[in-house]
Design a protein. Structure first.
Length: 599
C-alpha cells in the first residue's frame, strides 16, 4: 500500500509540473553494435589523393558505376546488442528502486527504416558541401525491457532511434586504412554522432506501479543519447561499428505516434493503414536502394505538437500536430491521407489548406490534394521526404461551445440524439448524420433541413429522434454545426444500440455515478462515465478543478445516461493537466469521484 501511495505522489507531481520531462533512468551503453553494412549508399572513398587504382571519378559524393568498385560506403542496416555489448544503470530517480545496480536494460535489434542526407553545419545549405556533409538515419521496430532485480517491470514497444551522423574529416579518413593515407580534404566535420529515441510502453506486460511513472505522457517514452562515440576497426570486422553513449530515459515531453512498413515493390499500388498515426499511405511507385537493393521502407510519424516555422501568407492557424515522412527508397511516389478530427482543428474542411516543407526548407501550400471526407485530406503524388500539416485562414474563434453530446434509446426503440451548448453566436444550425460503422465517410444525413440554432449567449438544449432508423444493431451518430457564413464543424461519433424488440426501460430505484474510463485520459481522447438518476428525479453533473472552479456542467434526466468529457471547459478552452472532480447532484443524493487529465 505504501509503495502504491508513493507512486501516486510521483505521478501527481509530474502532472502538476506540466509534464516537464524528468529523467527516470540513466544507462551507460558500451559497444552497441551497428552491423550489416548494406543499407543506403553514403559516399565513395575516392579522392584525388588516392592511388589511381581506387580513384574512379575522384569525387566521393557520386556513387561509382565502375564494375567491381570496392570503395562504396553503405549505412549499417541494423543496430543491436553484440557479443561485447554491456548496458549498466548508473543512475535512477524513482521510489521503486533502492540503487542503480538493481536495474538492467535489454534491447532487441533495430533496423533502418528511413535515411536522408543532411548538412550538419547549416541545414539550409546543400548537404554535399565539403566538410559539412552527413546523414540522418531512423532505426526502428525494436523492443526493450527494463528489469528490477532480474524481474522485467517495463516493456517498451516500437523502440526507435534517430541518429545524425556527420561524415569524417580528412584526419579521420587518413586513419581509416593504408590506401586512404593520402586523402585530401574533409567530407564532413568528423564531429561525434548525436541521437535521440522514443517508444511506447506495453501496458499489458508492464508492472502497473512502474508504468505509472509514465502515465502523464500517455505511456510514451523519450530516450536521449549523450556523449556518443562511434568507432570502427576494419582489421577486426569491416562490416561493423560500435557505439558508446549515455542513455537517459524519461516520460515523453512531446507525444507522437510512429509506424513503418516495407512494401513489396513488385506488387504496387499498395495501401498501408497506420491508425495510430492517423494516416494512410498508398505506395504508387518505389525504387529500392542499398548495396543489395533491399532498402524499400516507408516511415511516418505523427507529432502531437504545434508546427513551428513561418506559415504562407494568409494562413494563420494549423492543427496542433504535424506528420513526418521518411523512406529508405531511392525514389518513390506515394499518396498520404491525413485524418484530422474536430478536436484537432475546429475549422470547416472547405477552409483546409495542406502544407508541406522539406526537412531543409520552409512551409508552402501543397496544391495537389483531395478532400476525401469531412475529416480526411489526401496529399497526392508525394515524391520527397518532409513534413505535412493542415492549416486554415480562419481565426480560432468558434461560433459554438459544445457542452454535451450523447445518444440513448427511447421506449419506442428509437435512437435519441441530444446535445447542449454553453454558448452560440452567428450559428445557422445543426445536422445529424448516421452510419452503421464508426466512419463518417459512410454516414448519411438524417436532417437535410437544418435544425435551427437558438444563438443564445447562454447556449441551448437540443434533441432529435432518429425515426429513420429502425434496423437492429449499433448505430453511430455525428453532429455538424453550421455557422451563418457556411463553415462547419463535426462532433462525434457517439453510438446507440437498437434491439430487435422494443423494450420498456425500467427506471432505476437509486441514483449513482460510475468510475470514469479511461482514467487518466488525455486531451484528444475523452473521459466517459455513466450516470443513473432514479425515477421522478433529475440530476446535475458538475466538473470542478482542484481549486473548486466549475469547469463544465450537464443536466441529466431520470434513467441511464452517459457523459463524455473531452477535457474542455464550458467556453471551449482546453483544461490544464491535473486531477478533476466530477459530482452528481439530485434531489436525494450527492456523489463525487475523481478523474485525471493530461496533455
Amino acid at each position: 500500500m505504501l509503495k502504491r501511495m508513493m507512486v501516486t505522489i510521483v505521478l501527481l507531481s509530474v502532472l502538476m509540473l506540466g509534464l516537464q520531462a524528468q529523467t527516470l533512468f540513466t544507462f551507460a551503453v558500451d559497444d552497441l553494435t551497428a552491423f550489416g553494412r548494406t543499407g543506403n549508399w553514403v559516399y565513395d572513398l575516392d579522392n584525388p589523393g588516392m592511388n589511381p587504382l581506387f580513384q574512379d571519378d575522384g569525387f566521393h559524393f557520386t556513387e561509382s558505376a565502375l564494375p567491381g568498385y570496392l570503395f562504396h560506403y553503405y549505412a549499417e542496416r541494423y543496430v543491436g546488442e553484440g557479443a561485447t555489448t554491456s548496458i549498466t544503470c548508473t543512475a535512477e530517480y524513482t521510489l521503486l528502486a533502492s540503487f542503480p545496480g538493481e536495474l538492467s536494460l535489454e534491447f532487441s535489434d533495430f533496423n533502418l527504416v528511413a535515411f536522408r542526407r543532411v548538412n550538419t553545419v547549416n541545414p539550409d545549405l546543400p548537404w554535399d558541401n565539403p566538410g559539412q556533409a552527413g546523414d540522418e538515419r531512423v532505426y526502428a521496430n525494436a523492443t526493450g525491457t527494463i528489469s528490477h532485480n532480474g524481474t522485467p517491470v517495463l516493456f517498451l514497444t516500437g523502440a526507435t532511434f534517430v541518429i545524425t551522423t556527420p561524415y569524417p574529416n580528412e584526419a579521420q579518413i587518413r586513419a581509416l586504412h593504408a590506401v586512404t593515407t593520402n586523402w585530401t580534404g574533409s567530407i564532413g566535420t568528423g564531429a561525434p554522432q548525436t541521437g535521440y529515441g522514443f517508444g511506447n510502453l506495453d501496458l499489458a506486460q508492464s508492472d502497473p506501479d512502474w508504468a505509472a511513472l509514465f502515465a502523464a505522457s500517455n505511456y510514451k517514452v523519450d530516450m536521449v543519447m549523450e556523449n556518443v562515440t562511434y568507432f570502427v576497426n576494419p582489421s577486426v570486422d569491416p562490416d561493423k561499428g560500435w557505439f558508446d553513449f549515455e542513455l537517459h530515459i524519461s516520460p515523453a515531453a512531446v507525444q507522437f505516434n510512429a509506424e513503418n512498413a516495407a512494401p513489396d515493390l513488385t506488387n504496387l499500388p499498395l495501401v498501408f493503414d497506420f491508425p495510430q498515426a492517423n494516416i494512410e499511405v498508398e505506395v504508387i511507385y518505389g525504387e529500392e536502394a542499398g548495396a543489395t537493393d533491399e532498402m524499400h521502407q516507408i516511415y511516418v510519424k505523427e507529432v502531437l505538437a504545434q508546427p513551428l516555422g513561418t506559415l504562407p501568407p494568409g494562413l494563420s492557424y494549423t492543427v496542433k500536430k504535424y506528420w513526418k515522412l521518411g523512406s529508405t527508397m531511392d525514389t518513390f511516389n506515394v499518396n498520404l491521407s491525413f485524418i484530422v478530427e474536430g478536436m484537432d482543428f475546429a475549422k470547416g474542411p472547405a477552409d483546409w489548406r495542406l502544407l508541406f516543407r522539406p526537412y531543409d526548407g520552409s512551409w508552402s501550400v501543397w496544391n495537389d490534394y483531395t478532400l476525401l471526407s469531412p475529416n480526411t485530406i489526401r496529399a497526392n503524388n508525394v515524391t520527397e521526404v518532409g513534413e505535412f500539416t493542415v492549416a486554415s485562414p480562419l481565426d480560432e474563434t468558434l461560433p459554438i461551445a459544445l457542452s454535451s453530446f450523447y445518444a440513448s434509446v427511447n421506449s419506442s426503440n428509437l435512437a435519441v440524439i441530444a446535445w447542449t451548448t454553453a454558448s452560440e453566436s452567428d450559428m445557422n444550425g445543426y445536422k445529424i448524420y448516421a452510419a452503421d460503422s464508426d466512419g463518417l465517410v459512410s454516414a448519411i444525413c438524417l436532417t437535410p433541413n437544418v435544425i435551427e440554432a437558438s444563438n443564445s449567449s447562454t447556449g441551448g438544449t437540443y434533441s432529435y429522434v432518429a425515426t429513420e432508423i429502425n434496423e437492429a444493431g449499433t448505430w453511430y451518430f455525428w453532429l455538424e454545426s453550421i455557422s451563418i457564413d457556411g463553415h462547419s464543424e463535426f462532433f462525434g461519433p457517439i453510438s446507440a444500440t437498437i434491439t430487435e424488440e422494443p423494450q420498456t426501460p425500467e427506471l432505476p430505484n437509486r441514483s449513482s455515478i460510475s468510475a470514469a474510463y479511461p482514467n487518466p485520459f488525455r486531451v484528444g481522447q475523452s473521459g466517459t462515465f455513466d450516470v443513473t438518476v432514479k425515477a421522478s428525479e433529475t440530476g446535475t453533473v458538475s466538473i470542478y478543478n482542484l481549486s473548486g472552479q466549475l469547469v463544465a456542467k450537464y443536466h441529466v434526466p431520470a434513467g441511464s445516461n452517459r457523459i463524455t468529457w473531452n477535457g474542455f471547459d464550458s467556453n471551449g478552452r482546453a483544461c490544464a493537466s491535473g486531477v478533476y472532480l466530477y459530482k452528481l447532484s439530485t434531489q436525494s443524493m450527492h456523489q463525487t469521484r475523481k478523474l485525471m487529465l493530461f496533455k
